[in-house]
Design a protein around this ligand. Structure first.
Ligand SMILES: [Zn+2]
Length: 431
C-alpha cells in the first residue's frame, strides 16, 4: 500500500504542475439541464431528485471513496484525481464543503437521447446473436438462461437473459473448461455490448478457417452474455441515458446495482478489519437510493441469480465482465488491502495491458474499494482468472461515437482472444 500511495502522490504532484489553478468551485449549476427527474418519473412514476453531470478533482483515493460514500456516482479512471460524477445538488454541496474542485461537464449527457447513431438496440443485438447461432448450429447455441426483474413481475414478459454458447466437437462435457464474457450489466455503458458482439463474431467466423480459433472452440466452452441487464438497457434506449442499476423498482426499491449484488465478499462480508473508510462505503452500499445499492442480500436479484445458477456446475476458468470506462483492467480482491491477488491473474493482466495499454491492478489499488462484484464472485466461487475491464478513454464517457467501437476492438482483440486461448488450463498456459 505504501508504494501505491506514493505513486498516487507523485501522479497528483505531476498533475498539479500541469493543470492550471483556476478556481472552479464557485461554478453555479443552475444553468444545467435538470430534466432527469421528470423524464425518469414518466417511465416509473418514481420521483427522483435531479442529477447533474459534473467533473471533479480529488486529492487522493480516500477522498474519492468519501465522495462515493456520500452518494456521488464517480466514473472514469481517476487519473490525476480527475473523475466524472453524476450527483444531486445536495451531493454537490457536500463535495464543495470538502473543498473539492468542481466544474461543469463540457458535454453533459442528454437525459433523453436514446442510443447514439450506430449502436445496436436490444432487439438488434439479440437478433444478431441468434443469427450467429442459427447459421452455425454445430458449434453455437442461443439459450434463454433466465429472467430479468421485469419479466419475473410480469411487466415485461419478453425480457429474458440470453447466452451464446460456443463449444465444438471435441469438448468433453465432463472436463470442459468455460470462458465467460459478460457485457451490459451496467445499462448506460454502451461500448462493452458492441465489443462482446465483435468477439463472438470474430471467433465464429474464423471457425474452420483459423486453426487456432478452431482449436479453441473445439476444445473448450465459451459463453457470452451480451446483455446481462436487459430491463436497464431498454430503459436507456427509452431515454434514461444514465441508468446503471437493474429495474427492481417498487415502493421499496429504486433499482439494485447488479455489480455489487454477487456473493463475493458482498457488502464487505468477511473483510476484517473494516476500516472507517470501508465502513462508510458499506453504509452507502446499503442505501437504497444509492447508485451502488447492493440489494437486501447477495443474489437477491433475478439477473445475478441467473448468472449464478447457469455457471454453478461449470468449470469456469476465465470470467471477463466488460464495463466502461477509464481504460483499466481490474482484478480481485477489490476490498482488502491485506489479501493478495492471484499471481496467474496478475500475469494475464500484464500480458493484456501490453496489448491494450490499460492500467491494471485491484480496484482498491488504482480506483476505490469494491465488493460483491462479478469479478469477486468469479474468483471466490470459481477460482477463475477474473476481471472487470473498463473500456474507453476518460474522454469517451458512457456514450462515445460509434467509431470508437472499431478502435476499442482493435485494442482489445488480442487480449480477449488470449483469454480464450488460456481457458483450458490457465495455470499451465500462463508461465
Ligand atoms: Zn460498469
Amino acid at each position: 500500500m505504501k508504494k501505491i500511495s506514493f505513486k498516487f502522490a507523485i501522479s497528483l504532484l505531476m498533475t498539479s504542475l500541469l493543470v492550471s489553478c483556476s478556481d472552479n468551485t464557485s461554478t453555479t449549476l443552475n444553468n444545467l439541464d435538470a430534466q432527469t427527474a421528470s423524464i425518469q418519473s414518466a417511465q416509473t412514476n418514481k420521483k427522483r431528485e435531479a442529477k447533474y453531470n459534473i467533473k471533479l478533482k480529488v486529492k487522493n483515493r480516500l477522498e474519492a471513496t468519501d465522495l462515493i460514500s456520500h452518494g456521488l456516482d464517480l466514473s472514469g479512471s481517476g487519473n490525476g484525481g480527475n473523475f466524472d460524477a453524476y450527483a444531486t445538488q445536495k451531493q454537490i454541496d457536500y463535495a464543495k464543503s470538502k473543498n473539492i474542485n468542481i466544474s461543469n461537464a463540457k458535454n453533459a449527457i442528454a437525459t433523453n437521447a436514446g442510443l447514439p447513431t450506430g449502436y445496436h438496440t436490444v432487439s438488434q443485438v439479440l437478433d444478431m446473436v441468434k443469427g450467429m447461432a442459427t447459421k452455425n448450429p454445430s458449434i453455437a447455441s442461443f439459450i434463454d438462461i433466465g429472467d430479468s426483474w421485469e419479466k419475473t413481475t410480469g411487466k415485461s414478459p419478453n425480457n429474458d437473459i440470453w447466452a451464446l454458447v460456443l463449444s465444438g466437437k471435441n469438448v468433453n462435457p465432463k472436463t470442459k473448461s468455460t470462458a465467460v464474457f459478460i457485457s451490459g450489466m451496467h445499462s448506460r455503458e454502451l461500448l462493452p455490448v458492441e465489443i462482446n458482439l465483435k468477439l463472438m463474431d470474430y471467433l465464429i467466423s474464423n471457425y474452420g478457417k483459423d486453426p487456432q480459433v478452431t482449436n479453441y472452440i473445439d476444445t473448450r466452452e465459451i459463453v457470452f452474455i451480451p446483455i446481462a441487464n436487459i430491463d436497464g438497457r431498454i430503459a436507456v434506449e427509452k431515454g434514461e441515458s444514465m441508468w446503471r442499476k437493474n429495474r427492481h423498482i417498487d415502493s421499496n426499491y429504486d433499482g439494485i446495482d447488479l455489480n455489487r449484488n454477487f456473493d463475493g465478499h458482498w457488502n464487505f462480508e468477511g473483510v476484517n478489519p473494516l476500516t472507517p473508510e470501508l465502513k462508510d462505503l458499506q453504509s452507502q452500499l446499503s442505501e437504497k437510493n444509492s447508485e451502488i445499492y447492493s440489494g437486501p442480500n447477495a443474489f437477491s436479484e433475478p439477473e445475478t441469480q441467473t448468472l449464478n445458477n447457469f455457471f454453478k456446475d461449470k468449470n469456469v476458468t476465465v470470467m471477463m465482465d466488460m464495463h466502461a470506462y477509464g481504460n483499466m483492467l481490474l482484478y480481485p480482491p477489490g476490498y482488502d488491502t491485506s489479501a493478495k491477488s492471484d499471481p496467474t491473474t496478475v500475469k494475464v493482466a500484464k500480458y493484456m495491458a501490453g496489448k491494450n495499454g490499460y492500467k491494471t491492478g485491484t480496484s482498491l489499488e488504482i480506483l476505490y474499494a469494491t465488493c460483491g462484484t462479478s469479478k469477486d464472485w468469479g474468483f471466490d466461487k470459481h477460482k477463475a482468472i477474473s476481471f472487470t475491464m473498463e473500456m474507453g478513454d476518460d474522454s469517451d464517457g458512457f456514450r462515445p461515437p460509434f467509431t470508437k467501437v472499431e478502435e476499442t476492438w482493435a485494442k482489445n482483440k488480442v487480449g480477449l482472444t488470449y483469454l480464450v486461448s488460456i481457458a483450458d488450463n490457465p495455470v499451465q498456459r500462463v508461465k
